[in-house]
Design a protein. Structure first.
Ligand SMILES: [Ca+2]
Ligand SMILES: [Ca+2]
Ligand SMILES: [Zn+2]
Ligand SMILES: [Zn+2]
Length: 199
């Protein structure tokens, strides 16, 4: 979570004034009783009203509440603003934990615009505590990012099937398939490559 918090801080500093104002307005709108902090109740109510129910999970609130005092001050809430704006609100599809650190994603769903992406935490992936379609190829978020880049470079026409094949090839080289549940240890060159700590 510390990593996301730092990214959010940097993101906020670079926001133009009108966006900063918008962040402040969002905070004030959430803070119904105007005491300068957001309680769990205010948090959940606001997100439900705004149909952002993906964010209402307790694990997100707890992760945002850095000093664990049960409410969010403005600095803590800016992290939520960042998560919402950047689409970083990713939750394990199996255990519903907020994925603040490394996670695994189905690469086929990732490159298929017609379905939603499918992410799971390292624990659920490692222990195979999930059900997903046959032949799913999972890779960790960092690998996926690198694969996306090389795939895009290899297929400038962005033909999805081509891209997917390139990605598959890359993943096969890396030894990651859904049948390879030892995938976490099987990722090529070492333990440190996929850091599975959920912060
Ligand atoms: Ca309040
Ligand atoms: Ca707090
Ligand atoms: Zn999980
Ligand atoms: Zn999938």
């Amino acid at each position: 979570m510390e990593e996301i918090r730092r990214a959010a801080g940097a993101y906020y500093k670079h926001l133009p004034e009108n966006k900063k104002e918008q962040a402040r307005k969002t905070f004030n709108a959430m803070d119904k009783n105007g005491d300068g902090k957001i309680s769990v109740r205010e948090y959940v109510d606001y997100l439900n009203e705004n149909k952002a129910t993906d964010f209402t999970h307790q694990s997100i609130f707890s992760a945002l509440d850095k000093d664990s005092n049960g409410s969010l001050d403005f600095d803590e809430a800016t992290v939520l603003y960042y998560i919402m704006q950047s689409g970083r609100a990713i939750i394990c599809q199996s255990c519903k934990t907020f994925l603040a650190g490394a996670y695994f994603s189905c690469s086929e769903c990732f490159f298929n615009d017609s379905v939603s992406t499918y992410e799971i935490c390292c624990e659920c992936y490692g222990d195979k505590k999930f059900t997903h379609h046959d032949g799913a190829i999972f890779c960790d978020n960092y690998t996926l990012l690198c694969q996306s880049r090389s795939a895009t470079q290899a297929a400038p026409t962005k033909k999805q099937t081509m891209v997917l094949n390139v990605v598959k090839k890359g993943l096969q080289v890396a030894g990651i398939t859904s049948s390879d549940v030892g995938g976490i240890t099987g990722i090529g060159d070492g333990e440190s490559r996929s850091n599975c700590s959920i912060m």
